[in-house]
Design a protein. Structure first.
Length: 252
């Protein structure tokens, strides 16, 4: 899960323990439903509800409400697309370089509830994708979410799991500089993130912690202390990231 707070121009992201590149071009960034770069977004996949009468809207478990760095304060947009479709979908647009199998894009997908065909566990209750590029694609995306079994096998293209229809699900995406890839990787080590799909181009060796994450080279012992760092988005918004070890004995 992700908790978002906005106050005095700051974004505070608490990561509990628990991109599209048009035609292969463009930097790694969070994207809106039209594939345009955004500094950050929050997307809530609405839960499925029982049929209703009158003026109330029945939800089939596919609808998305959305806000990003350009949204007016306290406003949300009901998107036209479905979380299951590849069009008008900020999640798919953001992760497009992964599904296009762009070899120079580094990424690590992690989830404590793996999709079919994958095995392993690390003990951390955390889900998301860390993706980065250099050169014309320079940038880092950290997409945190709450969806079990997502992302599924990239060889099959974009798929949202059928099991994700019933419940509401949350996505939080930030666009940041590639230099923060190491710090985010350290946070994922602290959280004992279970990495199960990766791509590790040679350029990623310049970022040793990120490189270890891409190769599932976990610390011999999971860190036991809370980790707090400040990240900076591309539009220079501060993001406070808090990583909690699985067995940390206190409440944040």
């Amino acid at each position: 899960m992700v908790l978002i707070l906005r106050t005095v121009g700051f974004l505070v992201a608490v990561a509990c323990f628990n991109v599209q590149c048009v035609l292969g071009k463009g930097k790694i960034s969070c994207k809106d439903d039209k594939g345009k770069d955004v500094d950050w977004f929050v997307l809530y996949k609405l839960p499925k509800t029982r049929p209703t009468s009158g003026d109330y809207m029945s939800l089939n478990g596919e609808q998305m409400v959305y806000r990003d760095s350009r949204s007016r304060l306290n406003t949300w947009t009901l998107l036209k697309g479905s979380i299951y479709n590849t069009s008008n979908n900020p999640v798919k647009e953001t992760l497009d370089p992964i599904y296009r199998k762009e070899k120079d894009v580094a990424y690590a997908a992690y989830n404590d509830q793996l999709p079919e065909g994958f095995k392993g566990t690390r003990g951390g209750h955390t889900k998301g994708i860390l993706m980065a590029g250099i050169g014309e694609k320079i940038g880092t995306v950290w997409l945190q979410h709450s969806v079990p079994r997502f992302i599924e096998d990239i060889d099959n293209g974009y798929e949202y799991p059928k099991s994700g229809r019933e419940n509401g699900q949350l996505f939080f995406c930030i666009s940041t500089n590639v230099k923060f890839a190491d710090i985010i990787a350290i946070h994922l080590f602290v959280q004992a993130a279970n990495v199960y799909q990766t791509n590790a181009p040679d350029w990623a060796k310049k970022f040793p912690e990120f490189w270890k994450l891409l190769h599932k080279e976990y610390p011999s012992r999971t860190p036991k202390d809370l980790r707090v760092d400040f990240l900076l988005t591309n539009k220079r918004k501060l993001v406070m990231a808090i990583a909690k070890p699985p067995n940390w004995p206190k409440d944040i």
